[in-house]
Design a protein around this ligand. Sequence first.
Ligand SMILES: N[C@@H](CCC(=O)N[C@@H](CS)C(=O)NCC(=O)O)C(=O)O
Length: 227
Amino acid sequence: MPTYEVHYFDTSGRADLQRMLLEVAGASYTNVFLNWRTTWPTVKETTAFGVVPKLTVVESDGSRKDLYETSAIEAYLAESLDLMPGPTAFERAEALSVLSALAELEDKVRPTLWLRTLDERKAGHAKYCTETVPKYLKYQERFVRGDWYFGDKLTVTDLKLYQLYLWYEDMYSSYDQNPFKVLAADFPKLNKIIATLDKGKAGEYARKRRNFGKNRWIAKDWKFGRK
Ligand SMILES: N[C@@H](CCC(=O)N[C@@H](CS)C(=O)NCC(=O)O)C(=O)O
């Protein structure tokens, strides 16, 4: 069994699902934290595309290889840790399609995070929660084929959904506005997946090893900030 290193900043961000996959599969991994001002400028020049996360795979003979780009790392870990559906390449590609659609929904909120005034951010988040999220989740709810997205097997798609839910908890729980909860009646299958994961290893990861306490949501300002 290889071991893994997740190279990223000391926040959940784009490494969240990768760490969750490793935790749920019981794989051995370490977080290698980068510091934006001290280590990152030098490390940046050593990376494939100038950005992280980077996943380092350390084989049992000590050899190492590096993988970049969030979606590629997630797909690789899902394959390697038996968190892809099957039995054919088609179902695996379907899983990637679910990940792509959920990542698109996640990306839709990013511009709002950088809006300059409090009123702009509040309005941006309100529109996102009430208009954008329901539009996307309607189709996600239809896709679910059993207790999990792909029937009776837990896959990376379920964990991606849970990771998105956790991000909404970070941002919206202090105002009781997590759309998964506000719109619970519209998304029973999605909420069932979330509730099941919350009780298991993914929930334990979320409660004990996900929040590094540095980059936190500042509710009164509707934005993330450093401690
Ligand atoms: N397309 C990349 C984007 C990664 C990305 O934007 N990473 C940010 C942190 S979330 C980063 O490395 N920023 C540092 C920089 O741009 O110098 C992916 O999906 O992994």
